[in-house]
Ligand binder design. Sequence first.
Ligand code: ZN
Length: 265
Amino acid sequence: MPRNFCRLRLLGLNLLIALLACGSSYAARTSRTSESSGSLTTVVIDAGHGGHDRGGIPGQRIAEKDMTLDVAQRLRNVLAASGYRVVMSRDSDVFVSLPTRVAIANSYRNAIFVCIHFNATQRSGAGGIETYFYSRDSLQLASAIHSYVAGGAPSSNRGVRRRGFYVLRKTNIPAVLVECGFLTNPTEAAYAGSASYRQKLAEEIAAGVRGRNIVGSASYVDQTKVAKSEHRRSKRSQKKGARKKKSSSKPAGSEARSGSIDRES
Ligand SMILES: [Zn+2]
């Protein structure tokens, strides 16, 4: 092949690379601009549990439902101040069923769904932050929120996990569930009990929302198969329970609650 032709091709290639680089940096700038104004995105914030559904495990001192609502309200304030349109699935101590939460989320276009929970387990030593997603288009949001929340918390990092929780499986928009620490762990319960720590959690989650197009996708643990086997197990135990005591009926929030309990394995 003639040398001049090679040189020309090389020149053309360089030009193409330069144009592509310009284009991608322009795309990044515009996406950041729209992120900072927040005008294009609705954030549906879902405070876990509520009303008769306290969350956590029986006998737990701090009610999970109160902590989730407080962080959700703080998150709303932070995001609203950044220009986001914010919708709350609940804004007081009321019970909202999981299908209703999903219906609220699915009624918005160009929106994301952020579900706030705290963890619980019988083993008081267990602790850490974990973030769940289900659909592939939710991974980036989960990664961003998790990197800010886990990065800013003194608790251990339990990673990003994929799991088929009802509110993640049934939502049509990018959906994430953050477990902001274990209320059954004395140290993490003390953190959660502090308003300044809950404010910090809200600010870190908001930073994740703002940075979701900038932070890369994290590696994650796929727990979708675990969830299925646990679901079968819990169905069996429900049947057993129903035989023993016919009047016991699980509230609609039980899937989210049982999901938030003891994810140590
Ligand atoms: Zn929960």
